[in-house]
Ligand binder design. Structure first.
Ligand code: HEM
Length: 444
C-alpha cells in the first residue's frame, strides 16, 4: 500500500510474502533510514547506529555492536550482571508489596530492570539505585525524549513547516537529549579520571569487568573509513541510543506478556507448572535453565507476535529508486513493515487473535531471528535488531523469575476477561492502561 502523508511518500508492507521479497531481494537499497525532525538537532547523528544511513559508517558501528556488545562470549561473561539486575527488580517488587487491592504498576518494575541492566552493561553502574539523584535525572530526561520523539509531528509531513517546528517537538526532544547527554558526559568524565589514575572512587578496568564504555573509550579505527577514535559526543550518542533502543522495547514486551497471562489463568498455571518442574520453589531461575523451559520461551514469542513493541519496525527508507514486485518505489520513500499485521494475518495464523503459546512449541515453528517472515518482531536482513541475543536471554529470564517467585492476580478486583488490552503508540506500542497486579511471594 502506498500512502502520501503530506509530502512524504510511504509504502506499507503488510504481508509476509512482500516482507520476504523486501528482505531477500531489496535489502540493501531499502536499508536506509527515514530521519524524523525530532531526531535532528545540534548534536547531530554522528554516532548513531539507529539513524545512520546504510554505508561504511553504519557498518563500523554495527560491527562494534555485534562483535563487542552482543557477541555470545560477552553475553556469557555478563550473566551475573543480568542476574543481579533481575534480583534487584524482585527486591523492589517485594518492597512495593502490593498485597493491598491496589497492586503495583508492573511496567514500572520492568522498566527499572531494563534501565539498570543497560546502565550496568554500559557503565557498570546502577543508575536507578534509589540513592542516585543523577541516575533519576537521566531516567527522567531519557523518558521525555522517548515521549516527544514518539509523537506524530506535522513538520515531518509538511516540510515547509520544518523551520517553525509547530508542535515544538524538535525543540523539546533536543532539550531533553541535551540534558541526558550532560549527565552521560559526567559518567564519561569519571571514567577518564579513573584511567588517569585517581581510583579512590573508581576501580580500574583491571579490578572490574570491561564494560561497554571501556570498549568505546579504547576503540581505535583501523581503516581510512573509520574514525581514529570516538569523540565524547559520539560516545554519548551511542550510550544514549542503547537506552532508547533497549528500555521501552523490553518493558513493553514484559508488560504485555504479564497482561496476557493474567487474562488467561490456564496459560499462567501452565507456565508456572513448567517452571516448578525445572526449579524448586525458593530456588532462583538461572539462564542455564532456559533450555528446559520451552513453554516459557513460547509465551515470550507469542507475546512478540501479538504485541511487537515496534509495530512498523524502525522506519526504513529507499536509498535509491527500485522496482519491487512490479511496483516503482521512488528514492527516499519511507518503508514501514507492518509486523503487527503480519503477526495477526489469518492466512498464516490459526485464530490469530488468541494468545496461544502452544503454537510455538512445534519444532518447525518460527523463531524471531529474521528468517521466518511471518514472525519478524526484531526485523530481518541487515538492519535486524543487533540485540536479539541479549533480548532472547533477558525476556524469558525476567518473566520467568517474577512468575516463579510470585503468584499474581489482577488489582482492583478486575476479572481476567475485563482486563483492558487497548494499545497506545509512542516510540513503542505500549499498553494504554498500565497493568496493575498484586504479587504474592511464593515460599520454597
Ligand atoms: C523486546 C526487545 C527488542 C525488540 C522487539 C527490538 C526490536 C527492534 C527492531 C524491530 C529494530 C529495527 C529493525 C529494522 O529497522 O528493520 C531494532 C533495532 C535496533 N535495536 Fe532492538 N529490539 C529489542 C531490544 C533491544 C535492546 C535491548 C537493544 C540494546 C541494548 C536494542 C538495540 C537496537 C539497535 C541499536 C537497533 C538499530 C539497528 C540498526 O539500525 O542497524 N534493541 N530493534
Amino acid at each position: 500500500m502506498t500512502l502520501w502523508l503530506g509530502s512524504m511518500c510511504t509504502v506499507v508492507i503488510s504481508s509476509n510474502e512482500v516482507a520476504r521479497e523486501m528482505f531477500k531481494n531489496h535489502d540493501v537499497v531499502l536499508a536506509g533510514r527515514k530521519i524524523y525532525e525530532a531526531m535532528k538537532g545540534d548534536i547531530g547523528n554522528e554516532g548513531s547506529l539507529i539513524t545512520a544511513q546504510y554505508g561504511p559508517h553504519w557498518r563500523m558501528l554495527r560491527r562494534l555492536c555485534t562483535a563487542e556488545f552482543f557477541v555470545t562470549s560477552r553475553l556469557d561473561a555478563t550473566v551475573d550482571v543480568r542476574a543481579k539486575c533481575i534480583d534487584q527488580m524482585v527486591k523492589y517488587i517485594e518492597a512495593a508489596g502490593g498485597s493491598g487491592a491496589n497492586g503495583i504498576d508492573v511496567g514500572k518494575f520492568f522498566f527499572l530492570l531494563a534501565f539498570n541492566l543497560i546502565g550496568n552493561l554500559m557503565f557498570s553502574k546502577d543508575l536507578l539505585d534509589p540513592s542516585s539523584e543523577r541516575g533519576a535525572k537521566f531516567f527522567y530526561h531519557a523518558g521525555k525524549v522517548m515521549e516527544y520523539a514518539g509523537k506524530p509531528n506535522i513538520a515531518d509531513f509538511l516540510p515547509l513547516l520544518k523551520w517553525l517546528d509547530p508542535q515544538g517537538i524538535r525543540r523539546s526532544t533536543q532539550y531533553h537529549v541535551k540534558r541526558a547527554f550532560d549527565i552521560a558526559g559526567l559518567y564519561l568524565k569519571e571514567r577518564i579520571i579513573e584511567s588517569n589514575g585517581d581510583e579512590t572512587d573508581h576501580p580500574s578496568p583491571e579490578k572490574r569487568r570491561r564494560d561497554y564504555l571501556d570498549v568505546l573509550l579504547h576503540y581505535r579505527g583501523e581503516s581510512a573509513e573509520e574514525p581514529p577514535e570516538f569523540s565524547p559526543t559520539t560516545i554519548n550518542i551511542i550510550v544514549f541510543e542503547m537506552f532508547t533502543a533497549g528500555t521501552d522495547t523490553t518493558t513493553s514486551t514484559l508488560e504485555w506478556a504479564t497482561a496476557e497471562l493474567l487474562r488467561s489463568p490456564k496459560t499462567l498455571e501452565k507456565v508456572q507448572a513448567e517452571l516448578r518442574s525445572v526449579i524448586s520453589l525458593g530456588t532462583k531461575l538461572e539462564e542455564k535453565h532456559l533450555d528446559n523451559l520451552p513453554y516459557l520461551k513460547a509465551v515470550v514469542k507469542e507475546t512478540l507476535r501479538l504485541h511487537p513493541p515496534l509495530p512498523f519496525l524502525v522506519p526504513h527508507m529507499a536509498m535509491d529508486s527500485c522496482k519491487m514486485l512490479g511496483y516503482h518505489i521512488p528514492k527516499e520513500t519511507q518503508i514501514l513493515v507492518n509486523v503487527w499485521a503480519i503477526g495477526r494475518d489469518p492466512k498464516t495464523w490459526e485464530n490469530p487473535l488468541e494468545f496461544k503459546p502452544e503454537r510455538f512449541l512445534e519444532p518447525s515453528t518460527a523463531d524471531f531471528k529474521g528468517h521466518h517472515f511471518e514472525f519478524i518482531p526484531f526485523g530481518s536482513g541487515r538492519r535486524i535488531c543487533p540485540a536479539v541475543p541479549l533480548a532472547s536471554r533477558v525476556l524469558p529470564m525476567a518473566l520467568g523469575s517474577i512468575l516463579h517467585l510470585f503468584d499474581w492476580s489482577l488489582a482492583d478486583g478486575i476479572k481476567p476477561e475485563e482486563l483492558d488490552m487497548g494499545e497506545r503508540m509512542g516510540i513503542t506500542l505500549r499498553k494504554a492502561v498500565p497493568l496493575k497486579a498484586i504479587p504474592v511471594p511464593l515460599q520454597g
